[in-house]
Design a protein around this ligand. Structure first.
Ligand code: FAD
Length: 481
């Protein structure tokens, strides 16, 4: 009798280069693909009472599930869709379809790991097998030169070892057919409102860099546009610190985070571009950034919950502020109202679109942790609730790194004023998101507190009324750091 296999889709919402799906299709006569909208993600509370996931993340995820269902239907298949707790839903689906095995994506998140073990224990009790597949990094977990528990905690030695001793596997083609039962109404995807998100909070803001539509189809289109039509790879390293526009960087993070795109597919596009157009340091640099992504994924697998502690993976003790005053200062940071335009512009972009450039993320994180001295985890939890590309390892790993408690022990704080002048010399970015400063010469747009009363009148900006006065004397603070 042929096998029945459940495929539990998690952060791998694609049919191409998806080992979980491919393994099930290869071996089973009947495949039951299932996606569970996790009620804890959509309705739950994260750290510090902040929401767990934002409306933009929810919209992207829902679109990705719709697109996955369409791709499965094109392959004579379908997708079973549920809204609930996957720990109960997945074993129940296996039982309902009399499944022999459940295939699932193994992820490095600690909560996700607990879920896997809970599902496994119920399945084992019922005599159902479980197969985990590692599908979301560039280098496969099994191909690392050293087991993940022994990998170096600093990036460069790890990267060099991997580049010297491991090979990126070729992407796996999407299966031609996926033999599923028909699910009828059980394939209905809940509305955003049903999922507990405010649809009005998820609309696209025209000021944003990209509309970020969820799904494998949109991911492929974005990769095609960035690499081939826009021909941007040849200067990626030079443009990647940009702040405005769609093409200063690839913008593929959200599709990677939701698994609509695999890093191996991006790598294959770079390879082909290098063969057909140009190979240079810029083209390599996109792969270099994917290695940073891999690094944090494997670090998370190694260190787990230590990444969520204030002292981080190396138990670095710093005097983080967490009192009411710190919380009030954090609220101003989160509202984009610190009175420091480069910080505010970036946080306003995040709030309006769910996205922020890498340069922006480094600066606002450093400002909260280093200049304000506020517990960095408040910022990380805030990003978790807002980012459309939220990824547990990339977010918490980068925040810990920036706060000096992660994979780098150096105190590498960013002077956000110097950074603003270097990366936004004409203040176009700052005035894009803080239009109240648009009438100011660039040096004042970055340091409006230097305006005298007469200059405020001359330029039509009333500090404290049109734009906030700074939280503290920022220039003095950077002299002390
Ligand atoms: C405080 C902080 C929080 C962050 N949180 C997240 C997050 O939740 N999700 C997320 O995907 N990225 C996160 N990043 C990493 C990075 O900022 C984004 O991946 C990047 O800005 C996304 O834009 P892009 O796709 O155009 O990147 P590109 O510059 O085009 O880079 C290509 C890809 O490489 C990967 N990448 C690039 N830089 C990094 C990095 N520093 N760490 C890990 N991967 C990287 C991403 O997958 C990215 O899509 C964070 C960075 C910081 C400093």
């Amino acid at each position: 009798m042929s096998e029945t296999a459940v495929v539990w889709f998690r952060d791998d919402l694609r049919v191409a280069d998806n080992e979980t799906l491919a393994a099930a299709v290869e071996r089973a006569g009947t495949v039951v693909p299932v996606y569970v909208f996790d009620e804890r993600e959509h309705d739950g509370e994260g750290m510090f009472g902040l929401p767990k996931r934002g409306a933009r993340w929810g919209r992207f995820r829902r679109e990705a599930v719709l697109d996955l269902r369409a791709s499965l239907r094109e392959r004579d298949g379908d997708l079973l869709v549920r809204h609930g707790d996957p720990r109960a839903v997945v074993p129940a689906v296996a039982e309902a379809f009399d499944a022999d095995v459940v295939h699932l994506q193994r992820t490095p998140g600690t909560e996700e790991g607990r879920d896997e073990r809970a599902v496994e224990s119920l399945l084992t009790d019922r005599g159902v097998g479980i197969e985990r597949h590692w599908t979301h990094t560039l280098y496969h977990l099994d191909d690392l030169p050293t087991p993940y528990r022994d990998i170096a905690d600093t990036f460069t030695p790890w990267r060099k070892a991997v580049e010297a001793e491991a090979t990126v596997r070729d992407p796996i083609p999407a299966p031609e057919t996926v033999p599923t039962p028909e699910f009828g109404d059980a394939a209905t995807v809940p509305t955003l409102a049903d999922l507990g998100h405010d649809p009005d909070a998820a609309t696209h803001d025209d000021r944003g860099v990209l509309a970020f539509e969820g799904g494998e189809t949109a991911a492929r289109e974005r990769l095609e546009e960035y690499v081939w039509t826009g021909d941007n790879l040849r200067e990626y390293k030079q443009t990647r610190n940009g702040l405005l526009g769609a093409d200063y960087s690839s913008k593929v993070s959200a599709w990677l985070a939701h698994g609509c795109l695999s890093p191996r597919t991006v790598h294959a596009a770079v390879d082909r571009y290098e063969a057909e157009r140009v190979a240079n340091e810029d083209t390599y640099w996109l792969v270099f950034e994917l290695l940073w992504r891999d690094f944090f994924q494997f670090q998370f697998l190694k260190h787990g919950v230590a990444f969520f502690t204030a002292n981080g993976i190396r138990d670095v003790r710093k005097a983080w502020r967490r009192d009411d005053e710190a919380r009030a200062a954090f609220e101003r940071w989160a509202a984009g109202e610190t009175g420091v335009p480069f910080v505010d512009a970036n946080v306003r972009e995040l709030n309006a679109t769910g996205y922020m450039s890498n340069r922006g993320r480094q600066n606002v994180a450093s400002f909260l942790a280093d200049a304000m001295g506020v517990d960095w985890r408040l910022g990380a939890a805030y990003f978790e609730a807002r980012l459309v590309d939220y990824d547990v390892a990339s977010n918490w790993g980068n925040w810990a790194y920036q706060a000096g408690v992660g994979n780098d022990s150096r105190d590498n704080y960013f002077d956000v004023l110097g950074q603003a002048e270097r990366y936004d010399p004409g203040a176009e970015y700052v005035t894009h998101w803080c239009p109240e400063l648009a009438g100011l010469p660039a040096e004042y747009a970055h340091r409006p507190w230097r305006l005298s009363e007469a200059e405020q009148r001359e330029h039509g900006v009333d500090l404290g009324v049109d734009y906030p006065t700074p939280l503290f004397d920022v220039e003095e603070r950077y002299r002390q750091l």
